[in-house]
Design a protein around this ligand. Structure first.
Ligand code: ADP
Length: 617
């Protein structure tokens, strides 16, 4: 059954039921009114019958009292005025009857009866006239005149009075009516003792009495209502179909997508996952699984560590950082993708959708190349650091030679002194022992310098390990001692006993050496050349500051201080600072430089503090 037929049937049913109800209620109302009117008519007629009987009784009583005919006549004229149905009153004797007063109608002939019991008598020819007689009095009633006053009315009543027993019609009161749709009828008996005439009361209901206009209006209304409901149903169905189509389309797209798509509710529980997602995560991902327990990521290439909690918490679309790997059992698969919030119509967060893509072969190769490139860059950095160290050593050659020369000269002196002492006939063994001990100490000092130099020139892959920043500064000061002394530079140090950092010691010393040599260069022409070295901790970092009282950083290089090949020195390479910054950042720290407030420059190396948990054991 189509919707149209359904709506039509609904309309027919509504219209039919409503119309039937309207007609039924009108019918009931008409019947109730008719019953009331019939009751009133019956009562009025019964009363009138009683009036006639009262007239009969009154005249009979007066006649028996011997009132004269003339006096009775006069009395009757006044008495009968309210009773128009009493058309004549006669006094009868065996000889015949004689009208009293002025009769309204001439009575028809009727045999005389002088019975003491009141009786109703009917003339031969029938008709509306009949007589009530008692003793010598006869009262003529014209039934036609019984209801003259009741004839008028919007819905007149029809009634027929019958003679009792014979059912001969006394009077048929039939007012004018138009076309009749229905006739209401009731049969009663007039309520008097003398005249218990059967009466049939009826009323013709004209067609116009029925609620045609209301029924038509109701039909129209229900038709409109049905059309409205039909339209609503149609539009609802269309909208529903469109919604289902859209859902199916969206579902199809999600299922067919080669990307892994997982929709989550606000508690990260899976509400939808496509086959690609199940394959990518190697998990059936049933409804309600907490995705955070299934998908675990690992940062590989990206240097910044991947903060998983912040990623899941994000209420903004968030892309996975480049180079992130998805852990799948034992293997780690490089993926890219994003996590985006899903919002409802009220813009409230309803959940999230995670989209993942395995890095394709091409992309994987690119990432491998990238990693390879990075590895080579690191290698080059190390090589550059090595070359830079060699170059620095070259530049420091004279100073280092002087630094080595000192113990060697001392050894020679002590050796010669010992030889002279041995030449004595009674050698002073104590002094000889002292001279040999001193030369051994000087040899040890020289050996220390050579060990340090060998470490510097050796090219070993960098390896971070717990390193003391104070020790590194002191090592560098040893190497530079000769140059510092030659230039009469005052070195002011301010640091604690130890300050541990995680760093490659050679690289760390290289940074400090670069800073110290730059400071040395800067204070060359200063009146009281001074270099201050300080180590202080702030937060979770150590800060090594190298401060000089030179001319400060030249304006032309200030903006590009850490850009390679930035130099203001004749013959300078301009690599020291950029290399030092790269090395510092590789250790998780940084290097910054600025002009000091009191003149000169200050360079600050920051490195994360290392807390050795095992140290206290
Ligand atoms: P180079 O020493 O070969 O020039 P660097 O990278 O070590 O290369 O230094 C770059 C430039 O930074 C220097 O040429 C110099 O102009 C400036 N600079 C570095 N340290 C200082 C300092 N302590 N005082 C003033 N300028 C400095």
């Amino acid at each position: 059954m189509t919707r149209r037929t359904l709506a039509l049937l609904l309309w027919l049913m509504l219209a039919g039921l409503g119309t039937v109800a309207l007609f039924f209620s009108t019918g009931s109302r008409l019947t109730a009114t008719f019953n009331t009117d019939a009751r009133i008519l019956h009562r009025v007629l019964s009363q009138r019958m009683e009036q006639q009987e009262a007239v009969l009784n009154a005249v009979d009583a007066l006649e028996r009292q011997g009132m004269s005919a003339a006096a009775l006549g006069t009395y009757l004229d006044a008495l009968l005025r309210p009773y128009p149905q009493v058309v004549a009153v006669e006094r009868c004797s065996v000889g015949g009857c004689q009208a009293l007063g002025a009769p309204a109608e001439r009575p028809p002939p009727l045999a005389v009866s002088t019975s003491a019991r009141p009786t109703v008598r009917w003339p031969e020819e029938g008709g509306p006239l009949y007589a009530l007689s008692q003793n010598n009095v006869r009262v003529w009633v014209n039934a036609q005149r019984l209801t003259g006053a009741l004839d008028n009315g919007a819905a007149p009543l029809t009634y027929t009075l019958f003679q009792p027993a014979t059912n001969v019609i006394v009077v048929a009161h039939t007012p004018e009516t138009g076309a009749t749709s229905r006739t209401l009828q009731v049969e009663k008996v007039l309520g008097t003792t003398l005249q218990p005439f059967p009466i049939r009361i009826s009323r013709s209901v004209p067609w116009s009495a029925w609620p045609w206009a209301a029924a038509a209006l109701w039909t129209l209304l229900t038709a409109g209502l049905s059309v409205l409901i039909f339209r609503l149903l149609e539009s609802r169905r269309t909208a529903q179909r469109a919604l289902l189509d859209e859902r199916a389309r969206a579902g199809g797209v999600v299922q067919a997508a080669s990307e892994a798509i997982v929709a989550l509710d606000e508690r990260y529980q899976v509400t939808l996952a496509n086959p690609a997602a199940r394959a990518a995560l190697n998990h059936p991902l049933p409804f309600g699984t907490d995705l955070r327990t299934v998908a675990s990521f690992q940062a590989t290439l990206s240097q910044a560590p991947f903060d998983v909690a912040t990623f899941w918490d994000s209420s903004q679309p968030t892309a996975l950082p480049e180079g992130l790997s998805l852990l799948r059992g034992d293997e780690a698969v490089q993926v890219e993708g994003s996590l985006a919030p899903l919002r409802g119509a009220d813009n409230e967060l309803r959940g999230r959708v995670l989209i993942l893509r395995e890095a394709g072969p091409l992309q994987r190769r690119m990432l491998e190349h990238l990693e390879e490139g990075e590895r080579r860059v690191r290698e080059h950095e190390e090589m550059l650091a090595h070359v830079s160290r060699l170059s620095t050593l070259g530049e420091m050659g004279a100073g280092l030679a002087h630094e080595l020369n000192q113990p060697l000269t001392a050894i020679v002196s002590y050796g010669q002194a010992a030889a002279h002492l041995l030449d004595d006939p009674e050698p002073d063994l104590e002094r000889i022992r002292h001279a040999v001990g001193a030369s051994v100490a000087q040899a040890g000092r020289a050996a220390q310098i050579i060990v340090r130099l060998r470490q510097w020139v050796r090219r070993t892959p960098s390896r971070a390990r717990p390193t003391d920043l104070v020790q590194a500064v002191q090592n560098v000061l040893t190497l530079c001692r000769a140059d510092l002394n030659r230039l009469r530079v005052a070195v002011v140090t301010d640091y604690a006993d130890t300050s541990l950092v995680q760093a490659d010691p050679v690289q760390l010393e290289q940074i400090i050496l670069n800073l110290l040599r730059n400071a040395l260069d800067a204070v060359q022409d200063a009146p009281n050349p001074t270099i201050k070295l300080g180590i202080a901790s702030e937060g979770s970092s150590w800060f090594l500051s190298v401060c000089d009282n030179g001319p400060g950083i030249a304006a032309e290089v200030a903006q590009r201080l850490f850009t390679p090949f930035t130099t203001s020195k004749e013959g300078g390479l301009g690599l020291g600072l950029s290399l030092s910054q790269t090395l510092a950042q590789g250790m998780g720290g940084d290097l910054q430089g600025a002009n000091a407030g009191a003149g000169g420059a200050v360079f600050t190396l920051s490195l994360p503090c290392l807390v050795l948990e095992a140290a206290s054991d």
